[in-house]
Ligand binder design. Structure first.
Ligand code: UT7
Length: 328
């Protein structure tokens, strides 16, 4: 089985900054509530007319540049997203077109927040036997236009963004290698986070729009409990598989949904806060984009260096969850 390494990273976050004070003007909330309950101070949101593939294309171009490979060398493009530009075709095909990656096979993975980890797991399987050799995996999301700005329990939490990695077979000379992956789902809990309208069960209609069924619904309290359990279990599972203890982890990037969840999970795993990469204060929860954006920023700032052992884990609608352990 061939080894796979991350050769380049990239990310793009929209320029429009929406601070907590914006929500104080439109709903019954406060900067104090949002900050203490979630850790979020501001988030980035697209301008009207921008779409997911716009962000994903910019993130991808930047990852390709770091990897030193051109788009026409890619043979696989996977985008983890549940907010593609259109219901069909996939966002991956739009990105393929925008990059000019003519040789690649392109498709989306719809696994909500862990979409990037799911994409990484699929790419790893496709590449391990040598069938594919240069892959682009993106986690990207535009949540801002799926939010009900009258529902204070959800609208303050989310933002938009995209992050990307370029994968190649590891040449063995450096230490870069994806060591272990875990992806899991529990469809029994689908109702905890969902967007009811706009799909085949409740297709678009005036009635659907009047009832606000195009917006994200979430049972935050219940999700919180499952989040802690699944993030911890998944991370422990892959560390045990590799015989790695939490002391050996250089950096932990949990899904950036709520600082309280991240703190509890890191504590349960025995990972000190100095090793936890945090971006939730500036971007909020960008769903599938949280991990690749945080990873790219940590690489570019020099925090994460070649050879570091990195653990990432995520959970979200489905429910879906997963973790990845890799040496950068
Ligand atoms: O990536 C997708 C995964 N999703 C998540 O990770 C979300 C996980 N859940 C959470 O992060 C938290 O449950 C929330 C941040 C969503 C909510 O925090 P909480 O501490 O669980 O608050 P709560 O839902 O228990 O609500 C406490 C109170 C309620 O008021 P009452 O009933 O006690 O009077 C809410 O109505 O806070 C109220 N509340 C707010 N107050 C001010 C809810 N949202 C707000 C708000 N501003 N924005």
């Amino acid at each position: 089985m061939k080894k796979i390494a991350i050769k380049g990273t990239g990310s793009f976050s929209p320029e429009r900054v929406v601070p907590n004070s914006y929500f104080e003007k439109i709903i019954d909330t406060s900067d104090e509530w949002i900050t203490t309950r979630t850790g979020i101070k501001e988030r980035r949101m697209i301008e009207k007319g921008q779409a997911m593939s716009d962000l994903a294309t910019l993130a991808s171009a930047s990852a390709l540049q770091m990897a030193g490979i051109s788009a026409d060398e890619l043979d696989l493009i996977i985008i983890g997203t549940s907010t593609a530009d259109m219901l069909s075709p996939s966002a991956a095909c739009m990105v393929q077109y925008r990059l000019g990656a003519k040789k690649a096979v392109a498709f989306d993975v719809n696994a909500a927040c862990p979409g990037f980890i799911y994409g990484l797991a699929v790419a790893q399987k496709f590449m391990q036997d040598g069938s594919y050799s240069k892959a682009l995996v993106v986690g990207g999301e535009i949540v801002s236009n799926r939010l009900d700005y009258k529902d204070r329990s959800t609208c303050v939490l989310f933002g938009d963004g995209a992050g990307a990695v370029v994968l190649e077979h590891s040449n063995g000379k450096d230490n870069g290698e994806i060591l272990a992956m875990d992806i899991e789902s529990d469809g029994d809990l689908w109702h905890l986070i969902h967007v009811p309208g706009g799909g085949s069960r409740i297709p678009p209609s005036h009635e659907m729009l009047n009832e606000g069924l195009q917006y994200l619904k979430m049972n935050g309290n219940e999700v919180f409990k499952h989040a802690v359990r699944t993030l911890v279990d998944s991370a422990r599972k892959i560390m045990a598989q590799q015989g790695i203890t939490s002391e050996e982890i250089d950096w932990f990037i949990p899904h950036q949904a709520n600082i309280r969840i991240m703190d509890v999970v890191a504590e349960k795993l025995g990972i000190p806060t100095e090793k936890v990469i945090v971006t939730v204060h500036k971007y909020g929860n960008t769903s599938a984009a949280t991990i690749p954006v945080a990873f790219d920023e940590a690489v570019r700032s020099g925090q994460i260096r070649k050879g570091d052992l990195v653990l990432v884990s995520s959970f979200g609608a489905g429910l879906t969850w997963g973790a990845a352990l890799f040496r950068y």
